[in-house]
Design a protein around this ligand. Structure first.
Ligand code: PEP
Ligand code: MG
Length: 599
């Protein structure tokens, strides 16, 4: 967040385009612009005797699309878990009722052609997705669209795709690419890609990162601006594209690329070193993840545990909540993989900007909420939908024998919530005991500190829980009254607000006075500008995106406790975030000359 503000996106000029860099890497190469047909479905009325034939044509296209995906799946290497699971999810979409049954019903009810019926079914699905606020879930519509495009192509009798022509050292440009396209690019040795559509969390972006194909998305009209054969520089990290670069620019960017590779190699060294300061003070660096598929990345970057598993993402996958057995298998995998390190599973944190549509009976509480950020969120939701909560907790307790489990309760604002949750856990433990099912008696139960009332009462809470995890993403939102997802007030969302820093300190002190550890798992924990401050405020653990762990560890290993304490004390004296930033701008380059340059 802060680094983004400091680096700032470069302004677009006639020779540069600014998009969203979703997969890092600098490439200098000629582009190939792929104009793929956009499937426009005309409406044709069919005589009744042709209707079943049309339904059959549609089923054949669905089957052929499935065959294509299976063939692609066979070509993808087994260790590319992300890519394989995306193909699997696309195969499942081909069986989705909203696509199959709805399209077939429209063909039969309206006596129309399959293309038009599929387009109508797609409109219905899109409408549903448009009502969702969560950007992550919203981007899942792109997957459905990619699957539907494949079926449209087959209905239209497509035999080959322009992407098949793109092999060799080229950057491909199109309106959009599907995740499967990205996998095919790797096979064709494509160097990078640019698209008009897309976002950071799209599956296309996720696959590009896991295959290390540099990519910039969200470049409006780029297929009209660039022509096949144009030479460009693309920076998949910053999202900058330079058209017709001059020789000096090319040399400069190629040197940048070499430096960033060398930096990454240098950072890799830290993966295997201890997380400790120069004078031997240790701090746990752990990972925030949403899916078990991320475990290989967690291990790759030397994480010392999972500091935050956002369990709600398992509930976003299907039309129904996962079963207890499915949850058990996920939690078991997490615990076994990370053992002996701790795994912190946060119980369902839905509501606010993350809402579920996967409930029996399709209850729509969230639709009726005027102010969802202050509504039936997180622990409040779990205590309202107790059966669902009990199922998750039972799965957690049953998994607890497979490693070191910490259960984390989100958005706690009153003591009663912790006590109710603990009472449910005690009841479930008694049930398991009666059924002679094993569980770990020493499961730790902690709470997120992410609303001001939890900070003010931290000394009281600390006597009731085994650990605190400070969630600064929400703590900033709720203490500064800034909606974390609102672009109009994004400039006021300030991690260095002295109120935020003091709340962190107060929570740390309350936790330590009761001998419980205090971690921080908001975005601040992975921001190198914030990390020295957080270490100075006395946190015991920082949990972050796995890929930034080596960078944070390098900072830690170049720190001394005396300097960190001094930093912590000084920032707490500042009256304003500008003072904090000014202080850091002069102090950090002195303490860490390699990491921070003089302003
Ligand atoms: C937080 O609020 O800081 C946090 C880690 O939780 P989330 O971002 O999932 O709300
Ligand atoms: Mg939160």
């Amino acid at each position: 967040m802060i680094m983004r503000k400091m680096n700032g996106a470069q302004a677009e000029t006639s020779r540069t385009l600014q998009g969203i860099g979703v997969s890092p890497g600098i490439v200098v190469a000629k582009v190939m612009v792929l104009k793929r047909p956009t499937w426009r479905a005309g409406r044709y009325h069919l005589p009744p005797e042709h209707i079943e034939q049309e339904v059959g044509r549609f089923s054949q296209a669905i089957n052929a699309a499935g065959q294509e995906l299976l063939r692609l799946r066979e070509k993808v290497a087994d260790d590319l878990a992300d890519a394989l699971s995306i193909i699997d999810s696309h195969l499942l979409m081909l069986k989705d009722r909203m696509i199959i049954e709805r399209t077939t019903a429209i063909i039969r009810q309206n006596n129309v052609n399959a293309e038009w019926a599929l387009a109508q079914a797609l409109c219905d699905i899109k409408e549903r997705f448009d009502r969702i606020d969560d950007p992550y879930i919203k981007e899942r519509y792109a997957d459905i669209k990619h699957v539907a495009d494949r079926v449209f192509g087959l209905l239209a009798g497509r035999e080959s795709d322009p992407l098949d022509l793109a092999t060799g050292p080229t950057i491909v440009v199109a309106n959009d690419f599907s995740p499967e396209d990205t996998m095919r690019m790797q096979a064709g040795n494509v160097l990078g890609f640019l698209t008009e559509k897309g976002g950071m969390n799209s599956h296309t972006a996720i696959v590009a990162r896991s295959l290390a194909i540099p990519a910039v998305v969200g470049l409006e009209h780029v297929t009209g601006i660039l022509a096949t054969g144009d030479l460009i520089i693309m920076d998949g990290g910053s999202g900058l594209v330079i058209l017709r670069p001059d020789p000096e620019e090319i040399i400069r960017y190629q040197a940048d690329e070499r430096h960033s590779r060398a930096r990454a190699d240098e950072l890799d060294r830290y993966i295997y070193l201890a997380s400790e300061t120069l004078d031997g003070y240790t701090l746990r660096l752990s990972a925030n993840i949403e899916m078990v598929e991320e475990l290989p990345t967690v291990l790759r970057y030397g994480s010392e545990g999972i500091g935050l598993f956002r369990s709600e993402f398992d509930y976003f996958q299907g039309r129904r909540p996962p079963t207890e057995e499915q949850l058990l298998s996920t939690y078991r995998q997490l615990l076994e993989t990370m053992s002996p390190h701790p795994v912190t599973v946060r119980t369902l944190d839905v509501g606010g900007d993350k809402f579920l549509n996967s409930f029996p009976g399709n209850k729509a509480w969230f639709d009726q909420e005027r102010n969802p950020a202050l509504g039936l969120r997180s622990i409040r939701f779990s205590l309202y939908e107790k059966e669902l909560f009990r199922m998750q907790l039972r799965a957690l307790l049953r998994a607890s024998v497979h490693g070191r489990l910490r259960i984390l309760l989100p958005l706690v604002s009153a003591l009663g919530e912790v006590r109710q949750a603990k009472a449910i856990i005690r009841e479930l433990m008694a049930d398991l005991e009666a059924a002679e099912q094993p569980y770990a008696v020493d499961v730790e139960i902690g709470m997120m500190v992410e609303v001001p009332s939890a900070v003010v009462m931290a000394d009281v809470f600390a006597a009731e829980v085994d650990f605190f995890a400070i969630g600064t993403n929400d703590l900033i939102q709720y203490s500064l009254a800034i909606d974390r997802g609102n672009q109009y007030v994004a400039h006021l969302y300030e991690p260095f607000h002295p109120a935020v820093l003091r709340m962190i300190k107060q929570t740390v002190e309350a936790g330590h006075a009761h001998n419980i550890p205090v971690s921080l798992c908001g975005e601040m924990a992975g921001d190198v500008l914030c990390v020295p401050v957080l270490m100075g405020l006395g946190l015991d653990e920082l949990s972050m995106r796995p890929a930034v762990i080596p960078k944070v560890k390098r900072l830690l290993r170049h720190s001394s406790t005396r300097q960190l304490r001094n930093l912590g004390e000084q920032v707490l004296r500042c009256a304003d975030s500008n003072d904090v930033r000014a202080y850091l701008a002069t102090t950090l380059p002195q303490y860490y000359p390699k990491e921070f340059q003089q302003p």
